[in-house]
Design a protein around this ligand. Structure first.
Ligand SMILES: [Cu+2]
Length: 426
């Protein structure tokens, strides 16, 4: 079939009519669904309210002094209907697709009409009525100015919202790397966009001007291949060494750090502190039971002093080693202000070692925000209750931390001991 014939004006007219009829039909049926839902809800609610009112009548009574008052209030109670919002009308994705098609068809028709007008002027030997090439060239400059202002606005308004001082020692290195990367990419972004839009304006169609054919230039190819390669390689190597300096910790330093275990599950974090020995007892998922949610192996003496905690409390200026695990799904241990993030993967223990350098109280002062708190989040969308995995992290002075830890209960409690005795047949 000839495509030109297929997309003829007759076809477009029929298409527009079909679209409009379908949209009207959808709007009407959606409104009738809405009104049916509203009337059903109202009827059901009224019935429930009447029932409630009858049940509550006796309880309302003592509050009311006269029988007349009682009847009046009771009547108010029954008559009162819930407020329903029937202003919104459900519209499907198809409705918006059709709206988009209609807009396209409208623009096409306007374009065609203008084309016919210009052709008729040309046939009459008249000049072009409107210089579209110049108009589009100027539009490029306009979009460039608006875009650059948008970049400036975003950096000055959103920048202070997103980049705050790091609360951990290694965070300084991450922030430095982030700032260097952001500076380089911003300069490149601005320069390339100025070049792109200015060239579009400079080389807009001008009557009588012929474009110079310039197919290839080896020197240019080398410049725009080698320079980005050097910049990107430098950034990647810089990032690699920063990451290594954070994650490569000697065994000696690992032992000095305070051991904490955080195990994610849908939708909470289980927190275990190693006791006085600073060593966490072994864990096995096969040992998970009602009283041993983490599956800790209590035959391992290291587990006997492990402590169960309902929150994360960290001593300031002391290295912390968090062993990270998951019981069910992929989660991610993420404390943005401490620049800590590591995935929690079932069957694959991970860890992160860091040193908090400001207590929560100090950070509140530094940021001049009395409501500030370090927050632990799950950085993987792990299910419908994902948002529940937000928890407060308290960074306190060492004395306060020791006091708090002493109050935390042991995992190896009487229930577990009984369960083990039963299992051993004692
Ligand atoms: Cu999660």
């Amino acid at each position: 079939m000839n495509l030109k014939k297929f997309f003829s004006i007759r076809f477009l007219t029929v298409f527009v009519w079909v679209c409009m009829l379908m949209m009207c039909e959808m709007s009407l049926s959606a409104q009738s669904i809405d009104s049916t839902m509203v009337s059903t809800t109202t009827a059901t609610d009224s019935a429930i309210y009447k029932e409630d009112a009858l049940l509550n009548k006796s309880s309302i009574k003592p509050l009311i002094s006269t029988a007349v008052d009682t009847n009046a209030r009771f009547a108010d109670y029954v008559i009162k209907k819930p407020e329903t919002d029937n202003s919104s009308t459900y519209k499907s994705a198809l409705y918006y697709c059709m709206l988009f098609f209609l807009l396209c068809v409208f623009i096409t028709i306007v374009g065609k009409v203008l084309q016919v007008y210009e052709l008729s002027r040309e046939m009459q030997g008249k000049k072009e009525s409107f210089n579209w090439r110049r108009f589009q060239g100027v539009l490029f400059v306009f979009v460039l100015i608006i875009g650059l202002y948008g970049v400036y606005w975003s950096y000055t308004v959103h920048g202070p919202m997103s980049i705050h001082e790091s609360g951990s020692v290694h965070g300084e290195r991450i922030d430095f790397m982030f700032k260097i990367t952001l500076t380089i990419t911003t300069i490149v972004f601005i320069l390339t966009h100025i070049a792109l839009f200015s060239f579009a304006f400079k080389y807009r169609g001008i009557e009588g001007k012929k474009a110079h054919f310039y197919p290839h230039n080896n020197a240019l190819e080398k410049i725009w291949t080698v320079i980005p390669a050097i910049v990107l390689t430098t950034l990647v190597i810089f990032g690699f060494f920063t990451w290594r300096s954070i994650t490569s910790i000697s065994e000696e330093d690992q032992k000095k750090a305070l051991s904490i275990e955080v195990v994610g599950e849908q939708f909470k974090w289980n927190i275990r502190y190693a006791g006085a020995d600073n060593q966490l007892g072994a864990r096995n998922y096969k040992l998970i039971s009602a009283s041993n949610g983490l599956g800790i192996n209590f035959k391992d003496p290291k587990s006997w002093d492990d402590k169960l905690a309902g929150e994360i409390v960290l001593p300031v200026n002391r290295p912390i080693r968090v062993m990270i695990g998951s019981k069910d799904f992929l989660h991610s241990f993420y404390i943005p202000t401490l620049r800590v993030q590591m995935n929690a993967v079932p069957g694959m223990p991970t860890y992160f070692q860091f040193t908090p350098r400001y207590t929560t109280a100090e950070m509140r002062e530094r940021r001049d925000d009395p409501t500030f708190d370090y927050i632990l989040l799950c950085a993987k969308i792990c299910g419908s209750g994902h948002y529940n995995m937000q928890a407060k992290v308290r960074v306190v002075a060492d004395g306060e931390y020791q006091e708090w830890l002493a109050k935390q209960p042991l995992y190896y409690n009487d229930d577990v001991k009984k369960e083990m005795q039963v299992a051993a047949g004692l």
